[in-house]
Design a binder for this molecule. Sequence first.
Ligand SMILES: *[C@@H]1O[C@H](CO)[C@@H](O)[C@H](O)[C@H]1NC(C)=O
Ligand SMILES: *[C@@H]1O[C@H](CO)[C@@H](O)[C@H](O)[C@H]1NC(C)=O
Length: 339
Amino acid sequence: MQLKSAVALALAAPAWAMLRFSCSQLVVDRIDPLVQPGQAPSAHLHQIVGGNAFAPEMEPATDLPSVATCTTCTFTEDFSNYWTAVLYFKARNGTYKRVPTFANQFLEPANGGITVYYIPPYDMKTNVTAFQKGFRMLVGDSTKRTDAKDEESQQLSFRCWSKNYGGDSFGAPGTGLDTKFLPNHPCPGGIRANHFFPTCWDGKNLDSPDHKSHVAYALSGGVGGECPASHPVKIPQILYEVAWDTSAFNDPNEWPEDGSQPFVFSFGDKTGYGTHADYLFGWKDNALQRAMDAFCGVDCPQLKTQSTQQANRCTIQPKVVEPIDQWLTELPGGAHAGN
Ligand SMILES: *[C@@H]1O[C@H](CO)[C@@H](O)[C@H](O)[C@H]1NC(C)=O
Ligand SMILES: *[C@@H]1O[C@H](CO)[C@@H](O)[C@H](O)[C@H]1NC(C)=O
């Protein structure tokens, strides 16, 4: 796929730039304003980053930058919310322990969370249209347990890191070493989960009933590819990387005796095919458009920034108070660790 080599190139050569920044952990909570608005608790546990206006119900008309007072992201005009499910380790005795996230490379000392990318077209010329107030979308499907072999499933993957940030398993997300399933052997450096969002928009709808139909992947590969006529507007490609710190759970004597791997997502998925990610746009005014028009890289003079230490101080209390961090006899919400 074009995108893969383009991302690899960007890591090596500064000529092709993209926004890449840290958003530290805001909260781990069992709410989901996109798929289950207003429900507290929602079906399963999430880890959320971004602006502190995150809540069980988030009206599209709300201007997040006017109601949020801090953000966990490096760019302080970004009050968006980004979230994924949470990973648990299932021990031989059947109890579960939450797997923490850790800071990605060059983004230390972030308090875990998500590394967020906004990726422009490779030619560094083609303009993209930034998202608008009220825009939201979802990638992935929590009910999948096999390789659906559809376009979306090409965009979700896992990297088994031999040591922190890869070591000899270093490489861009979506490239050869990635698997679409959770790695089947211990990963000494942790597991990086990659979620690439679609790059084309219908130009009209800020959301859709399945939170997906208003966006589409390009006909050919990543953000530079031609958009389908139904979704003609090029949008930046958002990528989430989540670095799961599995180091406390790599003892083969604690892994299942049947040779399977021990990690399970908070919605009961042991395969990894159900991995999914949620996005709720909340940049101030036209800050994101400015950054995209400037084809900003990691350092973006067009945007205001804060230190990672300051970003770490932005946190909120969970709305749903329940045990999530001790050894648990069942997953929060009771999802069953099937296959
Ligand atoms: C279950 O196994 C884990 C990991 O070995 C251990 O830390 C925990 O104390 C055990 N719980 C019980 C109830 O035996
Ligand atoms: C892209 O956007 C920039 C900034 O708004 C503008 O100067 C430029 O002309 C645009 N390029 C194209 C090809 O439309």
